[in-house]
Design a protein around this ligand. Structure first.
Ligand SMILES: Nc1ncnc2c1ncn2[C@@H]1O[C@H](COP(=O)(O)OP(=O)(O)OP(=O)(O)O)[C@@H](O)[C@H]1O
Ligand SMILES: [Mg+2]
Length: 358
């Protein structure tokens, strides 16, 4: 549905040219919810803006539903309003002097996506019902909460029945509770209408929850592309691993295939073809706490130095060796329950992340 070949985007800056995207290749299938995830400045918005036609690239090609909308070599540039896109951004971008209904109707009565007059009301009310805002149709937009305004923006972008929906951090202006609610709504509604989505975020939990596929970007490049579970369980680099969630790192030395010596002890993990120095990553969720030693593989003693109550979870800091402190999550307080600071950490060999030492 979206095909991007060797896309290049440069910006003119004071002392020359800054290459924000050296060469992006990307394929988004029809109906897919595709997330661009990466740190600030990695080029996510720039890529989205090139697809939208708000930014003009310096080379490469973009196809939307097999239609060439940009080509550097062939000198093709389809105007943003003629690309058949819907867009939702961080700022709600709803018109404050209009009602909810008028906001959603606007692109249907004006501009390139105009529809016959007798169709407008049905389209607007259907779009509003998708985001459960139909009963607010006559309300002036300023009299809505942030989450409701963002749902109006979503309804407006869906009312034009876009081939592709582009979203750039649509949840970042919302508080934590609303963010989850609107996130759920975005997922439900886009799946219901079957629209293809290209979604930008720097929030890994948002990416994991929403994405059918995720492309992790860094410095204008796609570092890894895969499903949420692929990325979480097999991150290609330590940067991707850290970006998708907390990781405890251990320096180690491969003793033999599948065996790594670390300051904590001898660890069994898939070393693939690595030899010599390695970096071993263990996620908090891959560590299980035991009050007594069980003799299981990859079980090491530690001492609890801090226990923080987070409500649904307990976060523990555990000293594993002189200079090694692990962050671990538990469902219940440990220290008080077992009347002890000493604990045994069992690490799941299959979930260990192993990289060459840098
Ligand atoms: N108009 C511009 N002129 C010069 N440089 C720009 C311009 N727009 C973006 N850049 C640079 O391009 C790079 C990518 O910016 P972009 O906005 O795509 O990042 P992002 O991944 O969306 O980050 P964030 O998560 O902070 O929104 C950054 O280094 C940014 O400074
Ligand atoms: Mg951005």
């Amino acid at each position: 549905m979206i095909r991007i070949n060797q896309l290049r985007k440069e910006f003119a800056v004071k002392d020359g040219v800054f290459t924000a995207l050296p060469s992006i290749d990307l394929n988004v299938e029809k109906g897919e919810f595709f997330v661009l995830l990466g740190p600030s400045g990695s080029g996510k918005s720039t890529l989205l803006r090139c697809v939208a036609g708000i930014d003009t690239p310096q080379g490469g090609e973009i196809y939307l539903a097999d239609r060439l909308i940009y080509s550097g070599a062939k000198n093709v540039f389809v105007r943003p309003e003629d690309r058949g896109l819907g867009m939702v951004f961080q700022s709600y971008a709803v018109w404050p002097h209009m009602t909810v209904y008028q906001n959603v109707a606007l692109p249907l009565t004006h501009g390139a996506k105009r529809v016959p007059k007798d169709k407008v009301r049905d389209r607007v009310m259907y779009a509003l019902s998708l985001v459960q805002m139909d009963r607010y149709a006559d309300r002036p937009v300023p009299h809505l909460s942030g989450g409701q305004q963002q749902r109006v923006a979503l309804a407006r972008s869906l009312a034009v029945e876009p081939v592709v929906l582009l979203m750039d951090e649509p949840l970042s202006n919302l508080d934590a509770r609303l963010r989850e609610e609107v996130r759920h709504q975005i997922l439900t509604v886009t799946k219901m209408v079957g629209v293809t989505v290209l979604y930008v975020t720097h929030d890994q939990s948002e990416a994991l929850a929403l994405g059918d596929k995720i492309a992790v970007m860094d410095a204008g490049r796609i570092i890894q592309l895969g499903t949420p579970t692929q990325l979480f369980s097999m991150p290609a680099t330590p940067m991707v691993a850290e970006f998708l969630g907390q990781v405890n790192w251990l320096k180690g030395q491969v003793a033999s295939a599948g065996v790594i010596d670390t300051p904590v002890g001898r660890v069994l993990a898939d070393t693939r073809d690595l030899t010599g120095g390695v970096q071993l990553g263990i996620r908090p969720s891959s560590i299980e706490l035991m009050p007594v030693a069980t003799g299981a593989a990859n079980e090491f003693p530690g001492e609890i130095i801090e226990e923080i109550f987070l409500g649904e979870q307990i976060q523990l800091r555990i000293r594993m060796a002189e200079d090694v402190v692990f962050e671990v999550r538990a469902q219940k307080p440990f220290r008080g329950r077992h009347h002890a600071k000493n604990v045994f950490c069992q690490m799941e060999a299959a979930e260990m992340l192993v990289y060459a030492a840098h």
